[in-house]
Ligand binder design. Sequence first.
Ligand code: ARG
Length: 477
Amino acid sequence: MTDSSDNNTAPSTSQMWGGRFQAGPSAVMEAINASIDVDQRMAEEDIAGSLAHAAMLGATGIISSEDAAAIRNGLEQVREEARAGKIAWSAALEDVHMNVEARLKEIIGEPAGRLHTARSRNDQVATDFRLWLRAACDRIDAALAAYQSALVEQAERHADQVMPGFTHLQTAQPVSLGHHLLSYVEVAARDRGRFADARKRLNESPLGCAALAGTAFPIDREMTAETLGFDRPMQNSLDGVAARDFALEVLSAAAICAVNLSRFAEEIVLWCTRRFGFAQLSDAWSTGSSIMPQKRNPDAAELVRAKPGRIIGSLVGLLTVVKGLPLAYSKDLQEDKAPVFQAIDDLELAIAAMTGMASDMSFNPRALEAAAGEAYSDATDLADWVVRELGKPFRDAHHIAGSIVKAAETAGVPLAQLPLADMQNIDPAIDERVFSVLSARASMNSRTSLGGTSPVRVREQVAAWKRRLAAAQVSGV
Ligand code: ARG
C-alpha cells in the first residue's frame, strides 16, 4: 500500500483541507473517500450553485466585485470544459466540488480561494443533488407524457376492438382493447403526480446552511435560492445539510413507477406468445435466439419487467444508508448518489422502451375477438338480463346463469348456441330476447357506466386525455 503523501506534487484535496495534516491519505483511504467517479455527473449543477453563490458573495460585499467577476468568468470556462468532456477528473481531488474548485484555481488563481467563503461542501452537495433530481423529475415527467400519448393513440385506434378482460388471469368479461390501454394512461398520470409531488417538496435551497450551523457572514439566501430556481431557502441549517428524504421520495416514486411499468411489460410478454397470440412487436423491438432460428423474443419487455429489481434495490439501499444517521452531515450520505443515478437511468430507459413498444405493437383482431368470446365471458350478461327482464334478485339470477353455463358446458357450446328450450328447462321465463346480450361485442358495448369499457366511454376518455396531454396537465396534481 502506498501512501500518496509520497507523491504530493499533483493537486489533492488534502492541500485544500489539510492545514492540520502532516501526511496525505493512504491509497485505500483515497479510494474509499473519493466520489468523483459518481458525482462528476453533477458538474453542471455544481457550477450553477457556485455561480449563484459567487454572485451573492459579490452582491453582499462579502467578496469584492472584481473577485466575483473573476470567479464567474473562471466558472464559465470550467463549465465549457466540463460540457466538452475536457476536465481530467481526479480521485485525489475527491469529489466534483473539489475538482471544480481546483480547476477554477488553475484558471484564475487566488480569487478561486474566496469562492468557498460562507459555504461548505455539505450545503453544496445537498444543493447540487436537489438540482440534479429536479431536472430528473422534469425529464421523467416529459417521458411519461410521451408514453401516455403513445398509449392514447393506440387506444383511439382500438376503441372498438373487443378482447377478453381477465381476473385471476382467467377470462372474465369482454373489454375494449382501447379501455385496457387507457388504464395504463391513468397509472402513468399518477406516476407523474408522484414525481411532481416529490419535485415540489425538494425544490428548496440548502445553500447557505454551510457546514451545519449557518454562517456569520451576511449572506443572502433568498438571492441564491431564487437564482437557482428554488421556491425558498430551507429554514433549518441542520436539516438543510442532513436531509435526504427528498431523494428517498424520488426513489419511491421511481420504484412505484417501475413496478407499474413492469405490469404492462408482463402483459406484452404474454400477449406476444403463441398461446395468447394477441399482439406482436416488429423487428425493431424483438430479438432472436442464437440457437433457435424461429424465435422472436420480447427482450425489452422482459427487461422492463426486471427493472424493479434494481430500482427497488436502490430505494432499499438508500433507506438503509440514511436509517439511524444522527444530525447533521455524515460521510455516509456520500453513498446517496450512486443508487439514485442508477435508478433514474434505469427508469428513463424503461419508460423509453415502454413508449417504443406501446407505439410499435400491432394487434391481431381475430385472435382478440375469438378469445373475448371464449370461456363463457358473457355469463354475467346473462345473469344481468335475468335481473333486468325477469325482475329476479341478482343472487338468484347468478344461480340461474351458473346452471345455464353448466348446461352449455355439458353440451360443448357457447351460451349463444344453447337451444332456448335448454335454458327454459332451468328457468321457463327466459325468452328469445336473451340472445341479444349473448356475445362478447354486445357485452362490451353494454358497459356504458362511468369508467366502463363500452367504446362510447372509451372514445370520450381518449378525447379527454388528448385534451389534457395537449394542455400538459397531469392528473392528480
Ligand atoms: N463528496 C461529499 C458527498 O457527496 C461532499 C460533502 C463532503 N463533506 C465533508 N464534510 N467531507 O457527500
